[in-house]
Design a binder for this molecule. Sequence first.
Ligand SMILES: [Zn+2]
Ligand SMILES: [Zn+2]
Length: 67
Amino acid sequence: MSVSGLCEICESATVEDSCKRCGRLVCEKHYDRETGLCTDCLAELGGRPTDDGEKRDYPDGVDEYQF
Ligand SMILES: [Zn+2]
Ligand SMILES: [Zn+2]
């Protein structure tokens, strides 16, 4: 059985697998193998394993403090 079609998120890449939670067919990019979820569900559940776009914890105030 082969899934053919386009990712339901980006609609430009071919389907890799379906999300366990919402059942959407998503491409490799929008599918997380570890959880079996699409990136949408991942974001909703607050679990972002490998995406450090905005969430970066850097130490504050330890840069150039010369007085
Ligand atoms: Zn996609
Ligand atoms: Zn989903």
